[in-house]
Design a protein around this ligand. Sequence first.
Ligand code: FEO
Ligand code: CA
Ligand code: CA
Length: 636
Amino acid sequence: MDTLHDFHKDEEMTFDDYDEIINPKPQDNDFDAVIERSISRRGFLGGVLAMGSVVAIGSATTALTLISAEAASKRFGFEAVSANTTDAITVPKGYTSHVVSRWGDPLFSDVAEFDPATRGTPETQARAVGDNNDGMSVFADGDRDIMVLNNEYTNRSIIWGNNPDGKPASDADIAKGKAAHGLTVAEVKQGANGWEIVKDSPVNRRVTPDTPIDITGPAAGHNLLKTAADPTGTKALGTWNNCGNGETPWGTYLACEENFNGYFSAENEDHKVSDELARYGVSGKGWGYGWAKIDERFDVAKHPNEANRVGYVVELDPRDPNSTPKKRTGLGRFKHENAEVVLNADGRVVVYMGDDERGEFLYKFVSDGVYAEGGDTEALLDEGTLFAAQFDDTGSGRWLALTPETTGMTKPEIHIHSRQAASKVGATTMDRPEWVAANPLKAEIYCALTNNKNRGLKPNAGGDNTPVGGPNPREANNYGQIVRWRPANGDHASPSFTWDLFVMAGNPTVHSDAYAGSANINAGNMFNSPDGLIFDSKGLLWIQTDGNYTNEDDFAGQGNNQMLVGDPASGEIRRFLVGPNEAEVTGMSFSADRKTLFVGIQHPGEKGNSNWPEGGDAVPRSSVVAIQREDGAAIG
Ligand code: FEO
Ligand code: CA
Ligand code: CA
């Protein structure tokens, strides 16, 4: 999710833009300082070249020729697809795709099919697939396949598009929108028509913003989490704005709460929230979902601590529909993108996580205990230490522990106000950390830094400067890049790492400087705004984009949002899929036999220009598609 088209039709605004208007940042950096940073940027880039990274900044010609045909990877099992702006899914020759599930598809046989005239009711929506699917996992459980989807948010102009002004006309409309958030758990099965939902499967369930959820870990029971509805500070209701996901070695699903702030509002729009809440973008204005009108918990003037109970990673057991999900406060509170879980060689559990906002930080969690197959996993995501990353310009970096000693905050405060803790230790402000993915073949981790138009120009919401340099080398970065790092001695618990850039996105047909992109970007594979990152078991990196799809100016020739595959060894990147109009591609999972690749398509037609997947004049619907090879072989 990146934009708020619904709310500001005249102007394309991102959620960060909206937060910045509501909570104005400190003054822009002064001009002299910006010039100084761009000078040091040039020095840094030379350093990266000397390190032999695949990243090279130079002329467009350089970018186009540094990767020779001979060096091109033979590991890709497909021919590249061209960028395009068609309202369809484009996959490589020899591959097919079909729709598995759509927003509003019933999970139970007593629920009416999606009705485009009404777009559902609160009751049908609460028992049907949620809207705007994002992170996704398909779990094999015996001969059953269980699909879990994050339903991140709703497009107001679509879910309420049956009303003349595209706004909620009743409390029921607001409740329908609310019920479209959360998680969907559904058994899926492959039949004559391909993969589809198994209605009435015992595992089918929805988790919504009203589902009871336990709060666990260091912040549980803290005064900042106590509310009128829950004086214990341990029993939350619901999860929402679940963005990316994660999977644990013990078979559970992790749903990450991202832009949770926009659902809170106050009767007085100008209500001033605490500095702590303002750092997270909470305000009296909200983003127009209207939840406070039907549920007082979302009135931030009356119940400010409710906003401290969201922004966490939620653990769910997909196999037990009666289980209570858990908010794992050990993993910190911020605008969580995804949670990449790695089992360290010593058995400790390490979780890498990005905080997706301009100038926010990259985190990791290291468990105190060790994982043993079949052992008790209850404390593994609760007890441990949170760290924030600090990058040098020279290719090295370190993890800074967030402890009472380093931050002057108590342990619970660190896990509630994690952004403030990371600011205190001087972590590096990043270009919007989106998904993190760990290479299964070696100790190497990648993070998509999607873009940051404020880089070098404006501080983050906490007033931390955002100098150009290190893994964020371009001022007003509108293309994004992927940074990767290797922990010292292959030990994910180590405080030290080395890093380089795997790719800098750009447009070599428009620019001949750093904005052309790195050496592995050319006119045939260019893209902008990397977001979803997922490794397959062969060690190829799948890259999904959520960016500018105007196909004009800086983005000319890049077409719709897409999915590409990168080879960490050669640096080659090849386009695998192009999404329909005004959609982002987000979320991915393989079937157990690797013959099906499930891919999420979110917010088609967010500005009114798509009828995907049904076509004609159909209401556009976020969906999951299944991609297969025509010859039935495994993918990749
Ligand atoms: Fe929900 Fe940062 O994307
Ligand atoms: Ca994004
Ligand atoms: Ca994302």
